[in-house]
Design a protein around this ligand. Structure first.
Ligand code: PHE
Length: 507
């Protein structure tokens, strides 16, 4: 008679019980063995030709929090229908949320389903819903979506591929309603071979084995008699995910290190700044479109902050109004101190740069920052309202645009970006101005890395700097996306554990 280890025997029996074909997960659930034990047993059984093993990609479906709630209380449209029937067939939309303890957002969605399922109609004039004649007293039969919801609540998780066509549709609808979460998993499917089946039917002798050598076994000399289990060091074990620094944080650290290597010193400033530092001191006119609510987050309370010294404020005011001693004509409007006092979430770190320059005027200066900035952007695959900027300046008697381009080439080369070009462009505070572009071989297009230029006299005169200042600033997330090969910026902030785990510590 063939000999099997205890766990092998248990795995084999369970497989038979599940109809000769099952996923390792199902065996784990049914037998109470650990996943590692089932895997180990399965591999041994495969060696002995008692089962076949196939690796398959499957989609695991689970209810999320809202899904579980709905499974328990039934779908909101069903609950609204119950309410409708109880109240004689017509209710005002306003009373639904309170009567059923549904959130304000959930009501319109539920009404949508109510109408789509033809259980009720909406009366737009009276702002009420009216039950359809069919269901004045009769309950509509349970829909596939409701059935699937119940199955999911009961089984905890199911495999999407195993659902029949009807339930596939129901699943799609639950997915659209964001009631389930899905996970791609590599699963192992086991199937009994003929030999395996015969063996289970015939019965087997189970061999007791010791998998751990204890002091007791040694002292009592029993170790001589027992059978010690052999280890298969090639068997797949559970994957472990060690703790590590978030990929975005790693890029931030790398940017810092590169700046430090290049001899720069870090500066930091507050997230909330006056418009004075964020805009005015940078010669951005007060009616500049970027200042509009569209792009800038203004603080509601407190609304205004303090301006720096009178001398500096006056100089900035005059530069805006008529150019002051800079040789420029200025923007030719009446500058408002009230407007400059407004508090904003800084839209770029250049606010910190100019503030620093107003207090440190003696060259040589090489400072940088890697920090958060805010812009009122619609969230999309390439924009988020809160992101990071890399910013640097070089102040020196004889520095030129060539030095700026050289510094940036070196900086980005250290990031692995070699094909960098400089295209001319415009900023109100620099002249000449340019943007550094990098060619992305995978996307086959040029991507903007940062804005750059030499600060204008309109910016430097008021803070009292007499020599050229090379400045640049650009997005950090963009760099992270190129580095990590991402096409969606939201991934960097989504706390998606699977992605964080998958991303290697070293690129
Ligand atoms: N502040 C600019 C931006 O946010 C970048 C920039 C910095 C441009 C310094 C020129 C000089 O896009």
């Amino acid at each position: 008679m063939a000999k099997l280890r205890e766990q092998e025997f248990k795995t084999l029996l369970t497989l038979k019980k599940l109809g000769s074909k099952a996923l390792t997960e199902q065996i784990v659930g049914e037998s109470g063995l650990s996943h590692a034990a089932v895997m180990r047993a399965a591999l041994a059984l495969k060696e002995k030709n008692l089962l076949k093993m196939r690796q398959e990609k499957k989609t695991l479906v689970k209810l999320n929090k809202e899904g579980r709630l709905y499974a328990q209380k039934s779908l909101p449209e069903r609950r609204i229908l119950d309410l409708l029937q109880a109240k004689g067939g017509e209710i005002s939309i306003a009373e639904i949320s309170k009567a059923l303890k549904l959130s304000q957002e959930a009501v319109p969605l539920a009404l949508g389903w109510l109408v789509q399922k033809k259980w009720a109609k909406i009366n737009k004039e009276k702002n009420t819903i009216i039950v359809t004649k069919n269901f004045l007293t009769r309950k509509p039969p349970e829909g596939d979506d409701e059935k699937l919801l119940k199955i999911l609540a009961e089984k905890k998780s199911i495999i999407a591929e195993k659902l029949d066509k009807r339930f596939q549709q129901a699943l799609a609808s639950l997915k659209r309603r964001k009631l389930v979460e899905t996970k791609e998993r590599s699963l192992f499917e086991l199937e009994l071979t003929k030999k395996g089946l015969q063996l289970v039917l015939k019965g087997v002798e189970v061999e007791k084995e010791v998998s751990q050598l204890t002091p007791k076994l040694i002292i009592t000399k029993k170790w001589r008699k027992v059978k010690l289990r052999r280890f298969d060091v090639t068997a797949p074990g559970p994957v472990v995910y060690p703790g590590k620094i978030h990929p975005l944080q790693q890029i931030i650290q790398r940017a810092r290190e590169i700046f430090l290597e290049m001899g720069f010193t870090e500066i930091r400033g507050p997230l909330v700044e006056t418009a004075f530092w964020n805009f005015d001191a940078l010669f951005q006119p007060q009616d500049h479109p970027a200042r509009e609510m569209m792009d800038t987050f203004y603080l509601a309370s407190p609304k205004r902050g303090k301006l720096p010294s009178k001398k500096l404020v006056n100089a900035v005011a005059r530069v805006h109004e008529n150019g002051w001693i800079t040789g420029s004509k200025g923007w030719r409007y009446k500058w408002s101190a009230e407007e400059a006092r407004r508090l904003v979430l800084r839209t770029h770190t250049t606010a910190e740069t100019i503030k620093y320059l107003s207090e440190h005027k003696k060259p040589p200066i090489k400072v940088f920052s890697v920090d958060r900035v805010y812009r009122n952007e619609q969230v999309t695959y390439k924009h988020i309202p809160e992101f990071h900027q890399i910013e640097g300046i070089v102040v020196g008697e004889n520095v030129t645009l060539r030095d700026l381009m050289g510094t940036l080439k070196t900086f980005y080369a250290k990031f692995g970006l070699k094909k960098v070009e400089f295209w001319s462009c415009y900023f109100p505070y620099t002249e000449p101005s340019a943007q550094a572009m990098v060619y992305h071989p995978k996307l086959k297009r040029w991507i903007e890395l940062c804005g750059m230029g030499i600060f204008r006299p309109e910016v430097l005169e008021p803070v009292g700097i007499k020599c050229p200042v090379l400045a640049w600033g650009g997005g950090l997330e963009r760099l992270a996306m190129i580095d990590l090969g991402l096409e969606d910026i939201r991934l960097l902030y989504g706390n998606r554990l699977d992605w964080i785990r998958r991303t290697p510590v070293c690129q």
